[in-house]
Design a protein around this ligand. Structure first.
Ligand SMILES: C[S@@+](CC[C@H](N)C(=O)[O-])C[C@H]1O[C@@H](n2cnc3c(N)ncnc32)[C@H](O)[C@@H]1O
Length: 210
């Protein structure tokens, strides 16, 4: 993930302007409650964590995990400046080996990060998430969607195929993938972000997969 280390400065500015509405929308769907324990995987520069830390308050906790040391340090800077409440923790780790035991989290957020993984790794990751979620815990995903077509999506995928090291998000069918891993969709909507189809989905675990 050296690329994310390299682009973290510009990424922070771009995500503020391009992604803030969609981030707010998935956080609204996630509806984090006071006292909950929440995990964000692929935390980036920590925008969503800052809001979730306010929501969980002093009785809850928010843990952010990212593979990029630079993203983790940017997120830390943001949280130091913005968080009065809540317990926050940032962990440098690969999402494919989530370092937590079973039944720890009420909710897990993945915002523009699930679609970075190849299909086999996504299945492994979704299985690991169901392991760390409490029974009836929820996963909320915001991602580029392959469920609908658009001209921008065609253009994006053409560029992505040519420069996979620079453009690493690949549109996925998150509803199908969550259901195939034993999750039950609670809420879902499709939208368009700058011409690109995006999915918002929140799902519960029906049964543990491990
Ligand atoms: C496109 S950014 C999304 C950041 C943020 N969630 C957002 O909505 O803007 C993807 C993030 O996932 C992280 N990431 C990529 N692969 C990862 C992995 N294997 N384990 C943990 N984090 C990873 C990257 O370092 C980056 O911070």
């Amino acid at each position: 993930m050296a690329e994310y280390d390299r682009i973290s400065g510009i990424y922070s500015v771009l995500e503020e302007s391009f992604k803030s509405d969609s981030r707010e929308r998935i956080l609204d769907m996630m509806d984090v409650q006071y006292g909950e324990n929440v995990l964000e995987i692929g935390v980036g520069t920590g925008h969503s964590m800052a809001r979730m830390a306010e929501q969980v308050g002093e009785e809850g906790s928010v843990c952010g995990l990212d593979i990029s040391p630079v993203m983790i340090s940017k997120a830390k800077e943001r949280l130091v400046k913005t968080c009065d409440h809540g317990r926050t923790d940032l962990i440098l780790a690969d999402a494919l080996s989530i370092p937590f035991s079973e039944n720890v989290f009420d909710a897990v957020l993945m915002s523009f990060s699930l679609e970075l993984f190849h299909e086999e790794d996504r299945r492994k990751l979704l299985g690991n998430i169901s392991r760390v979620l409490k029974p009836r815990g929820r996963i909320c995903v915001l991602c580029l969607s392959s469920r609908s077509k658009s001209v921008m999506r065609d253009i994006y995928e053409t560029i992505q195929e040519r420069f996979p090291d620079h453009i690493d998000c690949v549109p996925i069918d998150v509803v199908e993938e969550l259901e195939s891993m034993g999750y039950t969709i609670g809420s879902h909507r499709e939208d368009v972000l700058y011409g690109l189809p995006v999915s918002y989905a929140c799902a519960h675990i029906k049964r543990h997969q491990y």
